[in-house]
Design a protein around this ligand. Structure first.
Ligand code: UFG
Length: 335
């Protein structure tokens, strides 16, 4: 069976994709610097799969560790998650974002080229579409950046588009991934006060945070709050498996949105989460957050046509799985 390198494979989306790849019969090697992943993730992956996880602790900026991985294993393809991903932080530290996200990608591509590995799936983001009224967004919508983070994702896509024909590249533009694995043993686990909606709501549900601030209720949307295309992280993980299979089987690349095509408002998410955790969740209406757009939803058809990908899980599934994970963690570590 094909052997796949996952950079950032201990992170939130990476660890779910690890499990989906193992389920699909792939051999998988993880490279992660654990800058945004808990040290016990590999042990949890081993518990879930019942087999040892091959994990290298190292950075994509470290050429020596990349050479080591490619010399220890015959890798058939790479899924590249390892990157920095906070929009606000990228404004504070643009050089760090360019170094890790662009420099890391170049380093990886050059190590792959050296090892003769020319199949790569790249984590991109709906952020490459900027602020647009065209909703849902098709993949051929022009790219534009509104933050250094978005700049690095566009730069990554453009670098990949320059590769010669014997490369096959899958560019996956994620919408808003949420939820956790069905085992409730892995999930999103931010250290600090979360920036993102669902992790924040989760901490209101556990009592760690008092109440959610809903950023704006005067948008032109059904209830005035922001609309996003939330996608269950297990659906997203399965999208990576399909992308990789397509690259390995056809040698042809693709650029696709990974979303559901459905929009939910902030209050829809609050209500779905409240239903999942069985309690009312406190919130207050706050001013709009700088840089937010009113609506961001995917046109999902291309991923269906090219990869046979279709998100199957509902907003209720996303909230239930998040709550199962978060409440289980809380029981294990009540402080
Ligand atoms: N929101 C709140 N309160 C919060 C947090 C978020 O009301 O405390 C609202 C936002 O205003 C927005 C929605 O919830 O309407 C979703 O916000 P998130 O922060 O969860 O997600 P974003 O859509 O802002 O950002 C996500 C990714 C980014 C990516 C961006 C565009 O986190 O990495 O989509 O693709 F750049």
């Amino acid at each position: 069976m094909a052997k796949i390198l996952l950079t950032g494979g201990a992170g939130y989306i990476g660890s779910h994709t690890y499990l989906a790849l193992i389920d699909a019969g792939f051999d998988v090697v993880i490279l992660d610097n654990f800058s945004n992943a808990k040290p016990d993730v590999p042990a949890r992956l081993e518990d879930i799969t019942g087999r040892p996880a091959h994990v290298y602790e190292g950075d994509v900026l470290d050429r020596a560790v990349l050479e080591q991985v490619f010399s220890d294993h015959t890798i058939d393809g790479v899924v590249h998650f390892a990157a920095l991903k906070a929009v606000g932080e990228s404004v504070e530290k643009p050089l760090d974002y360019m170094q890790t996200n662009v420099g890391g990608l170049l380093n990886l591509l050059s190590a792959m080229d050296h090892a003769g590995v020319r199949r790569i799936v790249f984590s991109s983001s709906a952020t490459v579409y900027g602020d647009t009224d065209i909703q849902p967004i098709p993949e051929d919508h022009p790219r534009t950046y509104t933050s250094p983070y978005a700049f690095t994702k566009i730069a990554g896509e453009q670098i990949l588009e320059q590769l010669p024909d014997d490369w096959a590249v899958g560019i996956l533009r994620y919408f808003n991934p949420v939820g956790a694995h069905g085992s409730a043993m892995i999930g999103e686990d931010p250290e600090d006060i979360p920036n993102n909606l669902v992790p924040y709501i989760a901490k209101v549900a556990t009592g760690e945070l008092e109440r959610l601030s809903v950023f704006g209720d005067d948008y032109d949307t059904p209830d005035g709050t922001g609309v996003r295309d939330y996608i269950h992280v297990e659906d997203l993980a399965e999208g990576h498996v399909l992308s990789l299979k397509s690259l390995l089987e056809t040698g042809e690349g693709h650029t696709v949105n990974l979303g559901t095509g459905e929009g939910s408002t902030v209050l829809d998410v609050v209500h779905a989460y409240s239903e999942a955790c069985g309690q009312d969740l406190a919130y207050k209406i706050a001013p709009r957050r700088d840089g937010d757009v009113a609506v961001l939803t995917a046109r999902p058809e291309r991923a269906k046509e090219h990869l046979g990908f279709e998100a199957k899980r509902s907003l209720a599934d996303m909230c239930r799985s998040s709550w199962a994970w978060v409440s289980g963690q809380r029981r294990n570590d009540p402080n």
